[in-house]
Write a new protein. Sequence first.
Length: 311
Amino acid sequence: MNPSSAPSFEKTPGWLDWHASPARPAFALPPGAVDAHCHVFGPAARFPYAAERKYTPCDASREQLFALRDHLGFARNVIVQATCHGADNRAMVDACIAARGRARGVATVRRAISDVELRALHEAGVRGVRFNFVRRLVDVTPRDELLEIAGRIAPLGWHVVIYFEAADLPGLWDFFTALPTPVVVDHMGRPDVTKPLDDPGFALFERFMREHPNVWSKVSCPERLSHSGPPALAGERRPYRDVIPFARHIVETFPDRVLWGTDWPHPNLRDHMPDDGLLVDFIPHIAPTAALQRKLLVDNPMRLYWPEERA
């Protein structure tokens, strides 16, 4: 697109831009660690935001993502299609290709996509699709269309990423358990961390994972779930302390089916923008041993996104 003819986008009022100077983490990531949940936004002059978007972000380019990857000490990224781009996956695909094997992608697709287009996404590095049920972010796609999409991607060896609010799990249970692929839940299904671990809502999520061995969970985004906040707000050294028991319980209970990611550039946050170095320092609080850290950051994402390298 010619920059002079590119559409102009004004950020959503109150939008918080990503942290420009994150700390270098005190926690040393294991070699080969994967940031398994992050995004790219635009740049809008090259990859315009979707007309149907619910928010307009700041730009967050592939170059800025890769610079953060190297600064934090990750080896690879999994780039999840941002809802502000709708089903136009070009920015995500461009970043995967530019990473030269060091990134995989999770796309958003519609029923009309052709098999040729799915194969092109696969060749670019896409290994999953995301189904979003958070109505403040997207207009939810009919379930029959999503089941059809899941059936079409299953032969490619892809998985489905699902994003939902904890209160919606009972109504979505039958749909989720009918999916014919591995299923990866974003951010532990967004539990209410003001409640105890044995709260019925979180217990239902644990049951969901226990009864369905194809279900995985990302134990990411404490900044979205926390009420105590980061240390500067919480008055202590442990980051996002109220999220730790929930994430640690999932990691220790299902060590072979957990993933972690920064969620950079952290869309739609309202109260604070996290320091990505501090988020990395959250990891040893939820995966306290070297063995759990390696599963969370290396073995599990490699098995899901780069299985050919583990053959």
